[in-house]
Design a protein around this ligand. Structure first.
Ligand SMILES: C[S@@+](CC[C@H](N)C(=O)[O-])C[C@H]1O[C@@H](n2cnc3c(N)ncnc32)[C@H](O)[C@@H]1O
Length: 306
């Protein structure tokens, strides 16, 4: 269904998501914005006031056509600079209801918070990668830049021990809550508030090894002591350090939202990492997401060590 260059997902895809117990997905992608569903709520992300207006108006038509009765609509502006990022604001629905909610992805539960900042707590464009993690049934997972630990939760539900590292203590608290939401005791898991770039060499010195490693850094960040991480500059070092703690047959996710690094660039990075650490391995990409147009969303590549 296309409303003048706006791509709204088709009713059969909505039914397919429902059948697999998923209610967090992209509903529409447009040049100047997009719409995503999180459980019974909707988030409209926009670059211009005109885009917000059109997306919100056409959302109503789309939701009638697929029979989705959303509870609330939130909206957030997509700024050019990270410094301009703000939490979503409620534009339709009960303003006295809690800003915390829950979304389902392939039967797993993830906490959503529309009041905790710019991001809601779940990146829907990582759905296929989380499913791939579950299919691998890893034993010992290292989740770098873990945010709300969605990858760790996915791995834990198939029996993995997990280590989640993030600079943000608040995000790791939400991560623990996500474990509990899925009936996973948190005692078997490590939550490390800290800088990945400092912690990886420590894990290597201790001799820790992992059979699955998630590398999904932000484009730019600064730690409390002022150390900057810049994905284009630092991803190679990050990967080489991560490979130090990768077991034989380890799977490594290379992922970024930086628009200057596409999947080809990640593959080049993967080959560089293998060469620099004198390891052998293969690269693959997961199937494209049905709710995202090609080339939209995070760029991701899997590296499997041999
Ligand atoms: C893009 S999000 C990661 C999303 C996550 N992989 C997921 O799928 O939900 C980036 C996260 O990296 C964290 N972060 C940024 N720089 C960091 C660093 N140097 N060390 C550890 N965590 C960092 C941020 O706090 C944020 O939670």
């Amino acid at each position: 269904m296309i409303y003048e260059n706006m791509e709204w997902i088709q009713p059969d895809l909505v039914r397919a998501f429902q059948a697999e117990e998923t209610d967090a997905y992209r509903i529409c992608t447009f040049r100047d914005g997009w719409v995503e569903r999180y459980g019974s709520d909707v988030l409209v992300s926009y670059q211009t006031a005109i885009a917000q207006e059109r997306l919100t108006t056409e959302l109503r038509l789309w939701s009638l056509s697929v029979g989705f009765n959303f509870t609330r609509v939130f909206a957030r502006f997509l700024p050019k600079q990270n410094s301009g990022r703000e939490a979503p604001r409620l534009i339709t629905g009960d303003s006295s209801a809690p800003l915390q909610a829950m979304a389902l992805e392939r039967g797993l539960r993830y906490g959503i918070d529309f009041g905790a900042g710019y991001s809601t707590g779940l990146f829907v464009d990582q759905r296929h990668n989380r499913t791939f993690v579950r299919s691998l049934r890893p034993k010992n997972v290292l989740n770098c830049f873990a945010y709300t630990c969605s990858f760790s939760v996915a791995a834990a539900t198939t029996g993995a021990m997990t280590t989640s590292i993030d600079l943000s203590k608040k995000s790791l608290i939400r991560g623990r809550e996500n474990f509990l939401l899925n009936g996973q005791p948190i005692t078997a898991h490590r939550f490390v508030p800290g800088d990945v770039m400092e912690y990886l060499p420590r894990l290597a010195r201790k001799g820790d090894k992992f059979d699955l490693i998630i590398l999904d850094p932000p484009t730019f960040s600064r730690s409390k002591i002022g150390k900057a991480f810049q994905v284009e500059r630092d991803f190679e070092t990050l990967l080489v350090n991560a490979l130090e703690v990768g077991e034989r047959d380890c799977h490594v996710l290379l992922s970024t939202n930086c628009t200057r690094l596409d999947e080809h660039a990640l593959e080049v990075m993967g080959r560089f990492g293998l060469k620099a650490s004198r390891r052998a391995g293969t690269l693959h990409r997961e199937a494209a997401l049905p709710d995202f147009p090609l080339g939209v969303g995070a760029s991701t590549v899997w590296l499997t060590l041999r």
